[in-house]
Structure formats: structure tokens, C-alpha cells
Design a protein around this ligand. Sequence first.
Ligand code: NI
Length: 140
Amino acid sequence: MKAHLTRRYIFSASHRLHSEALSEAENRATYGKCNNPHGHGHNYALEVTVSGHVNQQTGMICNLLDLDDAVQREIIERFDHDNLNVRPEFEAIVPTTENLNEVIFRILKQSFKAAHLEKVRLEETMMNSFEYAGGTELRV
Ligand code: NI
């Protein structure tokens, strides 16, 4: 039987929701205040869920320090206190939290191998959160 482990991380970033494929009016109609030219910030809460067998000797799925190191190095240092719109990861996609979540999943899948990455969950505000578990193409 597999066990699951979820760890929570906090970082802050700003974004402006704006699509180059839409006109100014369409952008305003689609994104509302989130399309304001100077952007706005969020305190994101990121939950990373990994799974695996519990090691007989350590009693753990994986060492939390290894997970913390990977998230710190690959996600927090990359995005914390930055403007998502100018990041290379969002050159071709709008930095919505759906897309940020998928980017985080893809990066962690590449960089963290000590346990199986099950899913990432990103809280943008107290009122909304997004989950992505990979496996299928996210964008249509
Ligand atoms: Ni926002």
C-alpha cells in the first residue's frame, strides 16, 4: 500500500492576466480587474503531495528535507517576489493560477525523484485553489 505525504509552502508573486490573442476590450471583459495594467500580487500557498512505500528503516516515504530542498530551489527561489509575467515560463502562456500550477508540477516532476509526485495544489486566495496531477494535457 502506498502512503501519501503533503507539505505546504508559501510564496508571493505578482501577475497581470492578459492574453496577446485578445483585444484590449476582450482582455478587460475576460479578466476584469485582474487585467489592470500594473498587475497585483498574491500570497500563494502551495501544497505538494508525494506518495510511495514507507521505508522499513526510516519509517518515511521520503526525507522531508529533500522535498523542502527541491521546492525551495526549484519553485520558491524561482518565483518568490517576482513578476510572473516577465518570467520565461510565461512567455507564451497567461500566468493564471491554473497555468502556474501546471508549470510547478512539470518543474517538480523533473527535479524531485525521491518519491512519486502525485499532485500540486495552489491556493491563490482564501476563496479559490487549483489542483493538477499531470498525466493529461492541461490546455485545449
Ligand atoms: Ni490574481
